[in-house]
Design a protein around this ligand. Sequence first.
Ligand SMILES: *Cc1c(COP(=O)(O)O)cnc(C)c1O
Length: 584
Amino acid sequence: MTDGQLLKAAGAEQPLVAYFSMEIGLDPSMPTYAGGLGVLAGDTIRSAADLDIPMVAVTLLHRRGYFYQRLDERGVQHEEPVAWPINDFCNRVNQHVTVEIENRTVYVGAWQFRVRGESGGEVLVYLLDTDLPENQPWDRTLTDRLYGGDDYYRLCQEVVLGIGGYRMLRALGYGHLRRFHMNEGHAALLVLALLEEKLASRTQEQTVPPDLIDAVREQCVFTTHTPVPAGHDQFPPDLGHRVLGDRRCSWLKACDHEHGLNMTQLALRGSRFVNGVAMKHGEVSNSLFPGYPIHSITNGVHAVTWAALPFQSLYDKHLPDWRRDHLSLRYAIKIPAQEIWDAHVTARRALVDYVNRETNAGFDRDVLTIGCARRAAAYKRGTLIFHDIERLATIAEQGGPIQIVFAGKAHPRDQDGKDVIRRIHEFRDHLRGKMAVAYLPNYDMTIAKLVCAGADVWLNTPLPPREASGTSGMKAAVNGVPSFSVLDGWWIEGHVEDVTGWSIGDRVDACMEPNGGMDACHAAELYYKLEEKILPCFYRDRARFIEIMRHAIALNGGFFNTQRMVSQYLHNAYRLTGEYVRRG
Ligand SMILES: *Cc1c(COP(=O)(O)O)cnc(C)c1O
């Protein structure tokens, strides 16, 4: 029995856990996510369904998505709204609720999406929608654009998510919910919704009695995703007062003039269990937020979602339980080397053909392919491999040919991120004739899967400690692709040198020295390992290379998956089993 089935056997017919996230990657054709946070939310829900956990989830509909990325030949990003056929994926729910925004009443409707698990379990997701005739024209656009608009738009969206989402669940009859999981601070107004409901029965109270706050805390779980203070979701104090009103601001003690309305602080104060998304990120968060014990639950990926078809067949043949039980990827150590290689060759061919079709980059099916795809943000340092392009070209000339495939969107207002994309295009042109470089436009889950599975080596070069976890290296691992990465986020836990991949910056102390700079130091290490370890292993010791691929699956695929992660949430954060079985 899964843990979920145990809970159900104890009488939990209705969902006990409500999961709130501003973005959820439910289907590659639904643009309801922007990047890692949404993909993680989707993988979490898919694993909860596999494990039959009594969960329900809430997000916004995002009628116009995040954006469709078009790149011109110089690598300048153009953003277009996404049109998608909602009816093809979701069913409208015959229910609406209201929220108050700046003394207006906004009506909130919902659409339902079903996530089905491997053993028949199911998690329902409600996508909130304000495009209703009852609303004023501007309010009708509130659930259109993910991370679009200004602070005012964003805060209104968070009212819809946290407060509207909670009221919607109540209106739909979810009466047994025991835990509310806020995936990042965007959902923190859920704390306000819970408090207001409890306060409603005590209309005389001017301040919130401590026992009510304790009762709310008992129900809430918060996962923080950002290791830098500036990355946390916050609003100016006057905006808090304007949107929420003075009374709610004073209850929350959260719209103060020094810090403004800080969603992370609100979620921290309102939760009994708080966690970061990798061991190191938990530690960093502890020092960012003294006074709150912050645990670590390292992220994962949903293995069935991210394994390419040739690997799915390979696992079906050798690890027949793997779809139900991701831990059995550990037994990949017994899969014959040749079969791993054959599956990889098929996955790589799919990538190379796609790259050539889309970009005319002239990729070769037998050349070492480095994959580097993720959100284009400056701290991810997507151009690090080009730090010294003459050196890079020489390494390829002497050690064996290299081709590099990039992908990733920059947030529409992130000029530095857009510059990263443009510069990669410049380096591409500069290297023409020496090394094929391609930039695939409109990065999404489909392209992520293609690139993570089809690359020979997965490159990640964030500036530490900025990568809270990172998950694309985990997607690579379930496809036997080793990582070559800066020691940050999950890779600190997943890295065994020459066994699961390679680190950049072993000599981390040397890299801290002021004169060379972190970039120069990491680039030197990157070139050194590419030249001395990766190229020789790939071109001249294929058996050892496949051995590393096998360990990427067994050691990292077996652990960095959302089935393990969701079990940890269940046992460490939700802690429902004992309580539910005891109190019934
Ligand atoms: C997995 C994924 C991400 C996150 O990748 P990181 O390595 O965590 O940066 C972003 N976007 C898409 C489309 C993804 O599939």
